[in-house]
Design a protein around this ligand. Sequence first.
Ligand code: FES
Length: 192
Amino acid sequence: MSSLNKHASDKQTVLTEHERHEIDHWLKRYPEDQKQSALLGALRAVMHEDHYLSYEKMDAVAEYLGIPSVAVYEVASFYSMYEMDEKAAGKNTIAVCTNISCMLNGSDKIVEHIENKLGIKHGETTPDGEFYFKIEEECLAACCGAPMMQLNHVYHEHLTLEKVDELLDGCLPESSSDESDSTNKTNKEGGK
Ligand code: FES
C-alpha cells in the first residue's frame, strides 16, 4: 500500500483499482495536507467507471482523501458534470443547451430530434444503457456556437440534425450504428 493511501480502510475496496490509481495520480500533485484538492479528479475517475456517483463510492472517496462525506456531496451536487442519480448511468451523456442563444438558433428542434431518435425524454437513459439525456442545461458558455451540446462533456457547436445523427451514431458499436442508419433512412423515406 502506498504512503498516499496508508490510512485507507477496508471500506475503500469499494473503489476499483483504476479509481484508486487515478486518485493517487491526482494526490501526487498536491501537498500531503491538501488532499481535498484531488476531489474533482477523484469524482471524475468514479464517473468514468460507473457513469454516476453512488453514495457508497462518494463515502469511499471521502475516506480515501480524509475529508467529511458532506464535503464530497457538496461538490458532487454543485457541478453539473457529475451525476448522482443511478438513472444517469448511461455510457454516453448528452447535454443540449436550451438557453437563450441556443433557443433562438433552434435548440428545441435538436432536443426534439434526439428524443425521437433515441426514444427517451430529458432525464432518461436508453434501455440499452448507451445514452443518458441530461435534463435541460443552462448556458454552457459557447453561445457563439449556438446551437450546441456536450457529448460526454466534449463541446459540439453549430449543430444541425445531420451533425447530431453523426455524433450519436459514432458513439454506438458498429452493428448498432448500422441499424440506426437504416432506421433513420426508413424513417426519412417514410416521411417521419
Ligand atoms: S445559450 Fe447555449 S451556450 Fe450560451
